[in-house]
Design a protein around this ligand. Sequence first.
Ligand code: ADP
Ligand code: DP6
Ligand code: CO
Length: 337
Amino acid sequence: MAATSSQSVYRATTTAPVNIAVIKYWGKRDTTLNLPTNSSLSVTLSQRSLRTLTTASCSSIYPAEDTLNLNGKPQDIQSSKRTLACFFPLRIVSENNFPTAAGLASSAAGFAALVRAVADLYQLPQSPNELSRIARQGSGSACRSLMGGYVAWRTGELADGSDSLAEEVAPASHWPEMRALVLVVSAEKKDVPSTEGMQTTVNTSDLFATRAQSVVPERMSAIEAAIQARDFPKFAEITMRDSNTFHATCLDSWPPIFYMNDVSRAAVRLVHDINTAVGKTVAAYTFDAGPNAVIYYEEKDSELVAGTVKAILGANTIGWEGAFYERLANVTAPGVA
Ligand code: ADP
Ligand code: DP6
Ligand code: CO
């Protein structure tokens, strides 16, 4: 006998990409709406290597409780306001094909995929702008994963957050030579989740306000100009300096927060050594809230940069298959794998 419609299970499956910031978001001026204290800018990576795959389903035959299964494990979502903010009674099954909570933007891809899957399920409006606004409330960085290429998230000024939006500043096709190498130093879950870490920094770091108010605004304009001009040395210097400034505010927090480890620092030294050896800037490192490095470079320098990094640091990485090399691609339709 065919199932009656009341017994049907409605499903929607989608994927979302990771984005790695070159100007970091770190600090909230409103913790409920996830409104940032500074603007940020990121590069959306191809879903061919790093992606979240999420299925949202609902049915009258499901138990009344919402559930979220992440990487095969049931999550405690009843106590998580940020997850509940994003959906109504339903069942979510999600899988990241890369380390979760390890500084590779799993919350960005995760919440972008969650919001898109729920919107698909309920056939809600699909514009990246609207989905981005909702995803931001799950995890701030998620608002940038609904767009492809080079994406800015502007702080905005309004208390309701309606002008705190992500926007594409250039499509991936604008700079097709750009590549990113993902160096997985550790797949362990970090000790201090991003949400908690940035709150400690806001409350305790003396450097924090200077970065947010005086340093980042100039860097935002400078990196946007570098992207428009495809000026790799400029893009690279700002990227490395902002990663370092962000980690300096973590160290300046009380108690201090350490996201980078010895292998991360070896990667920093190696990139500077490569750039010094060739007499120009061909590689740029950046670290999110975790020890794992993302190294940006241009395709023409692939052998020099990726080859050298792999030869020298390969033994210190966990050899996570498929993730070591990452090529950026145009992902202007992030719902499409
Ligand atoms: P990351 O550096 O990986 O973004 P965060 O501390 O920002 O680390 O966030 C990690 C948290 O994001 C996880 O503990 C989980 O709560 C949430 N998360 C990660 N992936 C997903 C996903 N696919 N679906 C839903 N939530 C996710
Ligand atoms: C270092 O977006 O993970 O990766 O909004 O609290 O979920 P919540 O934090 P999250 O913070 C990301 C911090 C970062 C920098 C960035 O992605 O811009
Ligand atoms: Co995160």
